[in-house]
Design a binder for this molecule. Structure first.
Ligand code: ADP
Length: 408
């Protein structure tokens, strides 16, 4: 492949006189004219040109098979082809290694010039205007343009290679997460089971103090299990294995379930937890257990970051003329600094400033999983928060088409 032997980088091409080396091919059947152009180009002050010449298209194609050029100057009217045809033939052969081309037109050849530029020529020059200055200028411009294009192509190739590597590494990391999570979860579940057997007194009588200690062990096990569940979940999102099966479902049922599940934690912390929504709400399109997971996560965070005496409220209202339902979990907790409101959705991010927050017992994965799930439902989680006042996390769900009121 010709493109693999692209010319050297510009910096490697300086001569002892400080001029840059460059290769030019002249395609013209007029030998005297070619001789003149060669002379002009040799006088250039910035580039030291090595100039080759061909008097027919076939000869030019043969030369280009063995040598790469930084610029090709083509006489528009060759005996057998037009400049446009020559450019097309050269491009077919050289592909990515095609250098910039300049077309020399005869008197009154503006139309030819326009046609040549349309077919990819970098520049044109009327033969009658060819002087040392004008020829050197157009060739220099074309060579410099080619060099820029070449270094851009190199950078693009480098970036593509770096990106491929990152994708590969990311896959490896996801596989690693997956394997480790599985490997650790199996013995962990066994430990949980054995401790439960002892806790329940099935292995002999257990005193209250021992029960308290065993309970701590069980809580720690379930905390680690839930961290590994989060890692497994994230790796499913990363590998595109997570999908949702949306069916018409009731948000009431989801809210009720979440409130029942989180009430013990709210009571333990002295926080009021209630839902504040209309008695009847339209069915929405969702995978209920996934939306339950999102809302539970938002409620648990709200409880975690709200002090005793505070309140966590679930809100729901119909928006967009009955087309969507907006769900919101609002708290009167410590709030999130303005600079962190978008970062909290990034994986592993935890707010460190202001810090009632320092040891939340989490890993900073909950919100990133929640936002992936919400995005699979065609929405995004919005956060409205003020330090010391509280936070409101909200997102929307599409109402079931049967329930959307007809347009008036
Ligand atoms: P974690 O498991 O650490 O809670 P999340 O992804 O659920 O992970 O949350 C990321 C971070 O966002 C939390 O560590 C916390 O700093 C901040 N955060 C989330 N919810 C709230 C909230 N309701 N009030 C204040 N800070 C919150």
């Amino acid at each position: 492949m010709i493109a693999s032997s692209l010319p050297l980088e510009r910096t490697e091409r300086c001569t002892l006189t400080g001029r840059l080396k460059s290769r030019v091919l002249l395609i013209d059947d007029d030998e005297a004219y070619t001789f003149l152009c060669k002379r002009h180009l040799r006088a250039d002050e910035s580039f030291e040109y090595t100039v080759s010449s061909a008097s027919t298209v076939n000869q030019a194609l043969t030369i280009c098979r063995n040598e790469l050029f930084d610029c090709i100057v083509i006489d528009y009217r060759l005996p057998d082809r037009t400049g446009t045809e020559v450019i097309n033939l050269l491009r077919e052969q050289l592909e990515d290694a095609m250098p910039p081309t300049i077309v020399l037109t005869a008197d009154g050849g503006e139309e030819a010039a326009i046609e040549a530029v349309r077919s990819g020529a970098s520049d044109f020059l009327a033969k009658r205007n060819v002087t040392r200055e004008s020829l050197c200028r157009v060739v220099r411009n074309a060579v410099e343009k080619g060099m820029l294009r070449q270094s851009l192509t190199c950078r693009v190739h480098e970036l593509e290679a770096a990106n491929d590597l990152l994708v590969k590494r990311n896959d490896e990391i996801q596989r690693f997460y997956h394997t480790v999570s599985h490997e650790v979860k199996t013995p962990l579940t066994a430990i949980q089971e054995f401790v439960s057997i002892v806790f329940d007194g099935l292995a002999g009588p257990v005193q209250d103090e021992q029960k308290t200690i065993l309970n701590y062990a069980l809580e720690s096990c379930s905390q680690i299990c839930s961290h590994f569940d989060d890692l497994l979940e994230l790796s499913r999102f990363e590998t595109g294995k997570m999908t949702v099966d949306m069916t018409p479902s009731s948000i009431h049922a989801v809210f009720d379930h979440c409130i029942v599940a989180s009430t013990p934690a709210a009571i333990a912390k002295g926080i009021s937890l209630k839902s504040d929504n209309p008695a009847r709400m339209p069915l929405v399109m969702m995978q209920s257990n996934r939306i339950m997971q999102v809302i539970s996560n938002l409620i648990n965070n709200a409880i975690k970051f709200t002090d005793a005496g505070g309140a966590v409220t679930l809100e729901c209202n119909v928006i967009e003329e009955g087309c969507r339902l907006r769900l919101c979990v609002r708290d009167t907790g410590c709030g999130i600094p303005a600079g962190d409101t978008s970062k909290v959705f990034e994986r592993l991010f935890q707010v460190t400033q202001g810090s009632d927050q320092q040891d939340s017992g989490g890993m900073g994965l909950g919100l990133s999983i929640a936002s992936e799930i919400v995005s699979l439902h065609g929405s995004t989680i919005e956060l409205d928060s003020e330090l010391g006042v509280g936070s409101a996390f909200s997102f929307t769900l599409a109402c079931c088409p049967d329930e959307v009121p007809a347009a008036p």
